[in-house]
Design a protein around this ligand. Structure first.
Ligand code: NAP
Length: 479
């Protein structure tokens, strides 16, 4: 049994979670201990007890540990990528890429630990000096979703530790394997007991305790809007700092002057890779009149050539969706789209067995055309390989449609026009804008996050992570 990690010890639990491979549901990856309420409280106590000491540790100590963790993750990227693909269902190349990203994030924040600085200013009063410094927030609770089992934990854990916070980490119950591997790496990298704790278990139990405990000064959450709203209310009630990264309904505009292969390539990547289970996936393709039919024809041809199979098999383009619940949600939205009058031009069929006969949650990538902006398939996050095309008259209408959503995470445009690209970068109401690129797939050293209903609080990643994981102190000295 894979155990929880609390106060520097591996601790079993009375209940277990069976981690199952979505590409082959006969394959049991492992049994993972679920933390009970008393164990979560122990983890919080341990993190609270050591926090001040860790906050005063030298930047060199924090650098060494985070750098060692990053180096090990990078060195083991193939093996950890295989585990990730096996438990989550993204393809092996995607999974290895995600692991490499996690390793690089640890190395980036190792160096940031050395760079944390402040400001010295003269006071407006004679004989007084002013210093502005950054200090750790305290104990932070980190709650992550299943779709990026190692990268999202990394982009929360690494800055939290780099800036001197202690951590209680609750991964999504569906993907404990990558979280456990990360805890094992951090344990061996030499973190003092209590600085980092892993508590596996259900959100409604383990997560809820973290969110409500007064000793947890900050909560960083990535997941669905519904859970994010609940967490926000609980944090406001006890005045804890919080940061939410939630869903998306990301648009990609294709203009008449786009290079067809660039537009189709970006649409296929953003819409269907990782089985559409990325918060930055483009699920709305907004296509202007002049290129619409050519674009749809080429896109359908490309979609129908995609190989949907076991995530770890060479040549697979799209793995299974993560579990039966997500599959049911995808199929429900496909039925909703049809009932709303959208035209399903390809895909949308679930198939319970891959070509080798392995049982899994497989779904043919689905494309709807002739959709209208008010349809539920164009307004609600589906989180599967289901994409719709919306026809637009011209750039102005396409821009208005792109911004006509309660979300604002990522947005893209395919065009050869500098004028439209520049205008779109300025007027898109999204936190991240892509020109001639998929809406998903971002760098690890720059800020990540959205606007409107997609995000709340400071950005994650890059140097901007300091906004959330530190608190500012202003000191005045006379003489
Ligand atoms: P979710 O159901 O909201 O779960 C996210 C995390 O919250 C899980 O660890 C979950 O635990 C936990 N949780 C559930 N209820 C809780 C509660 N009452 N208190 C505290 N924690 C609780 O989301 P998901 O299905 O895992 O992930 C998919 C969603 O994440 C999509 O909406 C996607 O867009 C979003 N996402 C956003 C970003 C971004 O950066 N904007 C990135 C990736 C994903 P259990 O699952 O173990 O119950």
């Amino acid at each position: 049994m894979f155990k929880n990690y609390i106060n520097g010890e591996w601790v079993g639990g009375s209940q277990i979670y069976r981690n199952i491979n979505p590409s082959d549901t006969r394959d049991l990856i492992g049994e993972y201990a679920l933390a009970d309420a008393s164990q979560v409280l122990e983890a919080i106590s341990a993190a609270a007890k050591i926090q001040e000491k860790w906050g005063l540790s030298t930047p060199q100590q924090r650098f060494d540990i985070l750098d060692a963790a990053g180096a090990e993750i990078l060195a083991r990227r193939n093996e950890l990528g295989d585990l990730l693909a096996r438990e989550e269902g993204k393809t092996l190349p995607e999974a290895i890429g995600e692991v490499a990203r996690a390793g690089n994030i640890f190395k980036f924040f190792a160096a940031e630990a050395l760079r944390t600085g402040g400001e010295t200013l003269p006071s407006v009063r004679p004989g007084v000096g002013v210093e502005v410094t950054r200090e750790p927030v305290g104990v932070v609770g980190l709650i992550t979703p299943w779709n990026f089992p190692i990268a999202i934990p990394a982009w929360k854990i690494a800055p939290a530790l780099a800036y001197g916070n202690t951590v209680v980490f609750k991964p999504a119950e569906l993907v404990p394997g990558s979280a456990w591997a990360l805890a094992d790496i951090l344990h061996r990298a030499g973190l003092p007991a209590g600085v980092f704790n892993l508590v596996m278990g259900r959100g409604s139990e383990v997560g809820q305790i973290l969110v409500e405990d007064k000793r947890v000064q900050a909560i960083s959450f990535t997941g669905s809007v519904a859970t994010g709203q609940r967490i926000a209310q609980a944090c406001v009630a006890r005045r804890a700092k919080f940061q939410l990264e939630m869903g998306g309904k990301n648009p990609m505009i294709v203009l008449d002057d786009a290079e067809l292969d660039v537009a189709v390539g970006a649409a296929v990547n953003s819409g269907f890779f990782s089985a559409g289970q990325r918060c930055t996936a483009s699920s709305r393709l907004i296509v202007t009149q002049g290129i619409h039919d050519r674009f749809v024809t080429e896109l359908v041809r490309k979609i129908e050539s995609l190989k949907v199979d076991d995530a770890r098999k060479a040549g697979t383009d799209i793995g299974p969706v993560v579990d039966e619940r997500q599959l049911a949600q995808d199929l429900e939205y496909i039925a909703i789209g049809k009932a709303e009058g959208a035209k399903l031009v390809t895909g949308g069929q679930a198939f319970g067995k891959n070509p080798d006969g392995a049982p899994g949650h497989y779904l043919r990538p689905a494309l709807f055309t002739e959709t209208s902006p008010s349809m539920r398939i164009n307004r609600e996050e589906i989180f599967g390989p289901v994409v719709s095309v919306i026809r637009a008259r011209d750039y102005d209408e396409a821009l208005a449609l792109a911004n006509d959503t309660e979300f604002g995470l990522s947005a893209g445009i395919a065009t050869t026009s500098l004028k439209f690209a520049t205008h779109f970068k300025r007027h898109s109401q999204a936190g991240m804008v892509m020109v001639n690129l998929p809406t998903a797939g971002v760098d690890y050293h720059v800020p990540f996050g959205g606007r409107k209903g997609s995000s709340y609080g400071p950005r994650e990643q890059g140097r901007y992570a300091a906004e959330f994981y530190t608190t500012v102190k202003t000191s005045y000295t006379s003489g």
